[in-house]
Design a protein around this ligand. Structure first.
Ligand SMILES: C[S@@+](CC[C@H](N)C(=O)[O-])C[C@H]1O[C@@H](n2cnc3c(N)ncnc32)[C@H](O)[C@@H]1O
Length: 500
């Protein structure tokens, strides 16, 4: 459940990179439910899955709302050293299963303690030690290592130490990893999160293919294809994306924390899981009081609605997420006389001809403005291309707030045009999708397609709202700027007439 976005909280994580197949680094948004949030169904029946046909059923895990497996997990955890807790697993309104207060809880109270012996990390012992040694000898990084570990332990069923934990994990975790390419293309046509989902799917596919080529194929007795295949990797990565925790007090180590990973996300809370050095366990302290029976939440990090959909498969209620953002795509004009010079300058700073920038309801980043200056600057400003490109990159060292008054109006108009073309894509999708308003909290209640469509509608509505706000601000600024110019021109003409 961590996020390795730029801010490294102990959040539940989506971002991984692996040296086997280098991940493409994008400009990451700095910051991404109706009544209650709704999740995406993952039980795909179509066979146009981007990764692999989803016809092979994962033989482990349970239905996402299974309380039976969750209570077996609770019993096993208590027997294995989990101290008595102030919360219990129950069916909940937000997130299907979750943790609920078993007594009144004060603000600032420590609500959870999971000993390190019950945590899964890259250092965990393998039931099949030989398999673990092979991966470590090949310097497989933490993300793919943990994904392989999870499959390896899951395949051992009852003989794995983690059998009760794995049985309580969702058989089909929610996330955009489970949307087929045609679902992404149809429902997320307007949103930039579609690109992020495709990149992520490609990264997972690439990681699996690299592991297969370099390791699994060489040790088929340790990694048989019936067990270690694309489908099982999709499952294990889905679990990692939606449940992994980054622990700041352990140098940002990533881990699966059974029990703690039953906590659902709320945009209203700011508490995170972390390792507590004095009590030597994973803890979390409440930032508000809870009453007996109330659902307890943590924060998965300051993520936009799109990022939450991407990794966790749900979209918070419109306007309820202060970290929400919508990505705006800006591109250089290919017919620009200085196109090549601008592109080279961008490339020198790790950028390309098209870049995504996050817009928030409160405004947009300086990098976006710098990119816009570069995009509209005339040949006479060639000498400034370099500093504009540097400011457009997200490197903290470059000066970002340079202003170029002579092209400010064109830059703002350029952003406005991109904003309006993006709005029209959202509007086309939303109008085409009709006013579907399904009051559902479980994917089981509804046909998969309708369910995904509703998620897409929720996402697009919230992203378009941010774009509308930016459009309003941009139009107002341009209007003020132009009326100011007009006034100055009138004044000048007045003087001229006077002297005539
Ligand atoms: C770390 S798990 C939390 C426990 C999970 N509910 C379970 O029963 O296994 C993260 C998953 O919980 C669900 N979830 C968490 N917060 C949610 C929210 N605010 N709204 C809807 N679903 C949520 C999503 O399915 C997400 O992928």
């Amino acid at each position: 459940m961590a996020e390795a976005s730029r801010s490294f909280y102990s959040t539940l994580i989506p971002h991984f990179s692996h040296p086997l197949s280098p991940i493409r680094r994008n400009y990451v948004s700095p910051t991404i439910s109706r009544r209650n949030s709704i999740c995406c169904s993952v039980s795909t029946t179509s066979n146009d899955s981007t990764i692999a046909p989803a016809n092979q059923k994962i033989p482990w895990g349970c239905d996402v709302d299974s309380l039976e497996n969750a209570s077996a997990l609770q019993t096993w955890l208590s027997e294995s050293g989990l101290p008595p807790q102030k919360m219990g697993i129950q069916r909940v309104e937000v997130g299907e299963r979750g943790l609920v207060a078993l007594k009144n809880i004060r603000k600032g109270e420590n609500l959870l303690f999971v000993p390190p012996s019950l945590v899964i990390s890259a250092d965990s012992e393998w039931s099949c030690p030989e398999a673990g040694e092979v991966l470590k000898r090949n310097f497989v990084p933490d993300w793919p290592l943990l994904a392989t570990y999870l499959i390896s332990e899951a395949s051992l069923m009852k003989s794995s130490r983690w059998s009760n934990y794995i049985s309580a994990l969702p058989r089909q975790p929610y996330s955009l990893l489970y949307w087929t390419r045609s679902e992404l293309d149809t429902y997320l046509v307007a949103s930039q999160i579609r690109e992020r989902a495709i990149e992520r799917i490609n990264d997972v596919t690439g990681t699996y293919k690299d592991l297969r080529l370099r390791i699994f194929s060489k040790y088929p007795h340790l990694f048989p294809e019936e067990v270690f295949n694309m489908e099982t990797f999709k499952w294990s990565f889905g679990i990692l994306f939606s449940r992994l925790v980054r622990l700041p007090s352990m140098d940002g180590r990533i881990a699966l924390v059974p029990w703690a990973d039953m906590l659902n996300h709320s945009c209203d809370v700011e508490t995170f899981l972390d390792y507590d050095k004095s009590s030597k366990g994973i803890v979390f302290t409440t930032d508000r009081p809870y009453q007996l029976g109330e659902q307890v939440f943590i924060s998965y990090g300051k993520k936009s609605n799109g990022e939450l959909l991407l990794s966790y498969g749900f979209v918070p209620r419109e306007g309820s997420n202060p970290s929400d953002s919508a990505e705006l795509l800006l591109s250089l004009d290919k017919s620009d006389k200085c196109y090549n010079e601008k592109l080279e300058a961008l490339r020198r700073h790790g950028l390309s001809e098209s870049q995504r920038f996050p817009l928030q309801i409160t405004g947009w980043p300086l990098e976006l403005m710098a990119y816009a200056y570069l995009a509209v600057s005339p040949p006479s400003m060639t000498r400034q291309f370099e500093e504009m490109a540097a400011a457009a990159s997200n490197k903290t060292t470059s000066k970002k707030d340079s202003r170029y008054p002579e092209i400010e109006e064109q830059a703002l108009q350029f952003i406005l045009d991109s904003c309006e073309s993006s709005i029209s894509k959202y509007t086309k999708f939303l109008q085409g999708s009709g006013s579907l308003d399904l009051d559902v909290t479980s994917p089981k209640q509804i046909n998969r397609k309708l369910f995904l469509k509703q998620l897409a509608i929720d996402l697009c509505t919230s992203e378009r709202r941010i774009l509308f706000r930016s459009q309003y601000i941009l139009r107002r600024r341009l209007r003020d700027m132009r009326s100011g110019e007009l006034r100055a021109l009138n004044l000048l003409n007045g003087f001229r007439n006077l002297f005539k």
